[in-house]
Design a protein around this ligand. Structure first.
Ligand SMILES: [Ca+2]
Length: 212
């Protein structure tokens, strides 16, 4: 379970901001193409050893297509409500020079540098209006890969690693983030595996921070 002393407060805050979800771009702008969905809440200071929750979430998929993301604000809290990153057909778009499908980004507080990134997620047979295709070799039950990017700003994102989901159930995955990544932002994307395959649902994105 992703828990912190601030969890209850964060839940209360997110309930407040959920009613005020805006399409206005934060600073810095989360996407050169705009149209980002942003949910923001008050930052908490880094407490080493405790889970750090993101203060904002946004759609990092290009508005020109190549993927879909939906219900992105649901990644802010572990509550059984899911966001999703999905295929939108055979097209892809590029993030940090790498082809991807739908992407969701999260922002952590001003003084936060991640030491690891936590993703509570599961594969799904379809999301955001996309559905897998049953009965084909690369159809339903296949895919299950995400790409993870981190950086100090959205303009300086670097590819961190690819991660394969290992179970059809909701599972908490953790990856190490290097201090040299200076990661205050993290982005997770559906890899451009065949559009006939599965998408990915995400309950929560969080992290552990490191002392600077
Ligand atoms: Ca959630």
């Amino acid at each position: 379970m992703i828990r912190s002393p601030h969890f209850t407060l964060a839940l209360a805050l997110s309930a407040v901001v959920a009613a005020c979800t805006t399409t206005a771009a934060p600073s810095p702008s989360p996407s050169p193409d705009g149209d980002a969905v942003v949910v923001q809440r008050t930052a908490q200071p880094c407490v080493p050893g405790e889970v750090t929750l993101p203060i904002g979430a946004f759609d990092m998929t290009s508005s020109e297509g190549g993927g879909r993301a939906c219900a992105v604000g649901n990644v802010l809290d572990e509550d059984g409500k899911f966001a999703a990153i999905a295929s939108a057909g055979s097209a892809t778009h590029e993030l940090a020079g790498r082809a991807v499908n739908g992407c969701i980004g999260v922002e952590f507080g001003d003084d936060i540098l991640l030491s690891s990134f936590i993703m509570k997620m599961r594969p799904t047979h379809g999301a955001c209006g996309h559905s897998c295709t049953p009965g084909v070799e690369t159809g339903c039950g296949t895919g299950w890969k995400v790409a993870i990017f981190v950086g100090p700003t959205l303009e300086e994102l670097e590819f961190l690693q690819q991660l394969s989901l290992t179970t059809e159930d909701v599972f908490e995955y953790r990856v190490a983030v290097f201090k040299s990544n200076r990661a205050r932002y993290a982005v997770i994307c559906r890899e451009p595996t065949p559009e006939t395959g599965d998408d990915v649902e995400i309950d929560a994105l969080a992290g552990f921070c490191q002392v600077q």
